[in-house]
Write a protein that binds this ligand. Structure first.
Ligand code: SF4
Ligand code: MG
Length: 311
């Protein structure tokens, strides 16, 4: 069953006389129990999607499309109805664990404040238990410390506990490994594997970290210049990618020799004619600069490219 269904989501931000196309007609669904990954370089529109789902974008953002969460259109809910879902049934683990915690409050106070006043005692019990389960030893001591006294990895686990303490049906994690050192990154893989396997959580994982995506995600959408260019099972997308952009992303990984993708992502104010990737694509042909490819079904997955089989 689909927990989340996103249909034709487009997001524009006004920029003077123009507008920046952050996301263009994105559609995908997240099935119950699965971890769905959105990957792509920074600026590809990934984080904006996470924020849009919970209506956390600035008021000037122009959002079109629909987002159904268990059949309810999140975009037509009243603010009071949305509050019952946000943070409780859908939880967003923010990017940048350091910035997400208040530096002048002890960790324990921040965890406590997640809960309504009347639920704090019970909530804290649950949170302390979660902390132990999610690899945070001696949670009582940790609650007495300030965020800066924790390592990046510990701050992240603390945020994960805060996000999970309401037992949300959907956890959205935005760039959970950004800024972490290699050891903490490995810790994050273990953390999300545990959240997935032991808690059976449905997750939307927004990341540029392909190692994390491969370990944890069931299916993946690859985004380029605000569009989905490939969508399929994680092992296929990352193991036998079809789209030239996905291939380029994989080649740019350290273990594959760090071959950078040449060229720049196009301006989102004036997107190029034809395929948005054509100026950087090593397989580009005449047709590619004239006609914009639609996304289409290919062997059970989805690809946005004029050509079916690219070597
Ligand atoms: Fe490359 Fe053309 Fe495919 Fe775009 S449509 S990805 S330019 S081959
Ligand atoms: Mg981002």
């Amino acid at each position: 069953m689909n927990l989340l269904e996103i249909r034709d989501l487009s997001i524009d931000f006004p920029a003077g006389e123009d507008s920046v196309k952050a996301v263009s007609r994105v559609s995908f669904e997240v099935r119950e129990g699965e971890t769905f990954g959105i990957i792509g370089e920074s600026g590809s529109g990934k984080s904006v999607i996470g924020l849009a789902l919970l209506r956390l974008l600035p008021a000037n953002a122009k959002v079109e499309g629909t987002v159904f969460f268990k059949g309810q259109n999140l975009f037509s809910l009243k603010p009071s109805e949305l509050r019952k879902i946000r943070g409780k049934r859908i939880s967003l683990m923010p990017q940048n664990p350091a910035g997400a915690l208040n530096p002048v409050l002890k960790n324990g106070v921040q965890v406590e404040e997640v809960f309504e006043r009347t639920e704090r005692k019970e909530g804290m019990k649950k949170a302390l238990k979660l902390m132990k389960q999610l690899f945070l030893r001696d949670p009582e001591r940790l609650c007495n410390l300030y965020p800066h006294q924790l390592s990046g990895g510990m701050r992240q686990r603390l945020l994960a506990c805060m996000s999970l303490s309401f037992e949300p049906e959907l956890l959205i994690a935005d760039e959970p490994t950004k800024g972490l050192d290699p050891e903490a990154k490995e810790g994050a893989v273990k953390l999300f594997t545990k959240i997935k396997k032991e808690y059976g959580k449905t997750m939307l994982l927004i990341t540029h970290d392909l190692d994390l995506a491969l370990e944890v995600c069931d299916r993946i959408a690859v985004m380029y210049a605000g569009e989905i260019v490939e969508l399929d099972e994680a092992s296929k997308v990352l193991g036998t990618p079809l789209h030239p952009y996905t291939k380029g992303l994989i080649r740019a990984q350290p273990r594959n020799g760090l071959v950078p993708l040449s060229g720049q992502t196009p301006s989102r104010i004036k997107l190029p004619e034809g395929c948005f990737f054509h100026e950087r694509c090593r397989y580009s042909r005449a047709e590619c600069s004239r006609k914009h490819p639609e996304i289409r079904n290919h062997k059970g997955g989805w690809i946005r490219c004029h050509f079916r089989s690219l070597q």
